[in-house]
Design a protein around this ligand. Sequence first.
Ligand SMILES: Cc1cc2nc3c(=O)[nH]c(=O)nc-3n(C[C@H](O)[C@H](O)[C@H](O)COP(=O)(O)OP(=O)(O)OC[C@H]3O[C@@H](n4cnc5c(N)ncnc54)[C@H](O)[C@@H]3O)c2cc1C
Length: 226
Amino acid sequence: MTVKLINYTPEPEKTVAAAAYTCHLRKCAEIDKMSGEKIRKIIRATRNSGHHSVMEHASFTFAVDEISRACTHQLVRHRMASFSQQSQRYVNLSEPDYVLPETIEKNSKTKKFFESAMKDLWDVYNKLTENNIPDEDARYVLPNAAKTSIVITMNARELYHFFSLRCCLKAQWEIRDMANKMLSLVKRVAPVLFEDAGPRCKQLGYCPESESCGLMPTKKDVLKIK
Ligand SMILES: Cc1cc2nc3c(=O)[nH]c(=O)nc-3n(C[C@H](O)[C@H](O)[C@H](O)COP(=O)(O)OP(=O)(O)OC[C@H]3O[C@@H](n4cnc5c(N)ncnc54)[C@H](O)[C@@H]3O)c2cc1C
């Protein structure tokens, strides 16, 4: 999988701080006077107080290649994001192109079953199109493993939420891998804005799930509830 940050709001931290600061100003023009230290202070204060709506003023756009449809199906459940995905109607998919999960790959027997199934599926796909079945119908035979490409835009508030769910070890490995790559990219351009981002336990100080991965104790353990 490759994940690229292809665009983002210029000066995302200044933009978010300006939005927050405006709530306390007589005129927006005063935001130009903010120092770097002031920007950091405002961002941390609004985040800690839960005034997360100001984070919606900074957006980030990613281009992702070599990802499975199984993964994008989970990704597009995030309704506050915008997506544009490769079409299986307009792009010729005659060549087998799929994600092979590591658990299957590391066992020669399961790898053989999997690869043989992929070959059969693409053989049927090609036979269907050769028999004048339109691509939009032939694609019904393609698997969840089929590779795809997708462009994603999320504002910083949604990204925070997305990271809290998808950087967690409970998230499925492929979307977790993508979320971690996205997090490291946004941290390079907005380190203060995303300094606290990551699995939800990082912000809460405990694991909200019934069973912890071990990184943090569960709420029950923290409160010593039986
Ligand atoms: C580990 C894991 C396992 C999962 N397993 C399953 C599963 O088995 N089956 C399944 O179907 N899904 C599953 N999901 C998907 C999950 O249920 C959510 O659909 C997905 O994570 C998107 O989360 P969201 O709705 O919080 O986020 P977004 O859609 O990105 O929304 C962000 C936030 O906006 C608000 N919001 C958005 N839309 C509305 C709305 N219509 N009304 C009110 N508030 C709204 C909510 O506060 C929401 O948290 C799983 C997710 C994870 C992380």
